[in-house]
Design a protein around this ligand. Structure first.
Ligand SMILES: [Cu+2]
Length: 196
């Protein structure tokens, strides 16, 4: 119900709140309205009761929602990481993101690495390099695939080698959704796609 409800003109010259009219009055096409009698017999009383019930219901629904408990809306599928070669201290994590409400991936971190960041692999002048990515937009209903030769979560200063059969953990931060904790299975160093 709007805080400043529109007012509707009722036949007979009385103006009542349109919301309350819908709740307490018969349809306008249903013949003459017994509005004067109803008002004399305490018309305001049922309206106020109805209003109070709605306000109470709204207040309850607000109170019933857990305060500050933001729900994750971004879904993460097919997360995986590639195993590291001996002595290699950097790794990459890949995944597919989707959301019913447009959002952006704006941060990554990992307990398995000294630092984590979003990177994009790009080719320039025949050389392959990586550049930082500030945020990855995720459009509602569209999949965003983090994959080799594209956007990835870069792990620097790995605290341990990534071995096939292990999992590596990544926390994803979004503009709107609650953050998501991801456990990515480590695939062989030759892998180029998530496990089937
Ligand atoms: Cu990278």
């Amino acid at each position: 119900m709007p805080s400043t409800p529109r007012r509707t003109l009722i036949p007979g010259g009385s103006s009542v709140d349109s919301c309350l009219a819908a709740l307490t009055l018969p349809p306008l096409r249903g013949g003459p309205l017994p509005l004067p009698q109803a008002r004399e017999r305490g018309f305001r009383q049922p309206s106020n009761s109805a209003t109070f019930s709605i306000i109470a219901a709204l207040a309850f629904s607000v109170l019933a929602a857990p305060a500050g408990a933001q729900q994750p809306t971004v879904a993460v599928h097919d997360a995986w990481a590639r195993a590291t070669a001996p002595g290699q201290t950097v790794g990459a994590v890949y995944m597919t993101l989707s959301t019913p409400v447009s959002d952006s991936l704006i941060g990554v971190s990992s307990p398995d690495a000294g630092a984590a960041m979003l990177h994009r692999t790009m080719k320039m002048n025949g050389m392959t390099g990586m550049s930082d990515v500030d945020s990855v937009p995720i459009q509602a209903g569209r999949k965003v695939i983090l994959a080799p030769n594209g956007i990835h979560v870069m792990l620097m200063d790995l605290k341990h080698p990534l071995m096939p059969g292990q999992t590596v953990e990544v926390d994803l931060t979004f503009s709107n959704s609650a953050s998501v904790h991801v456990k990515a299975p480590v695939q062989p160093i030759t892998a180029s796609a998530p496990p089937a």
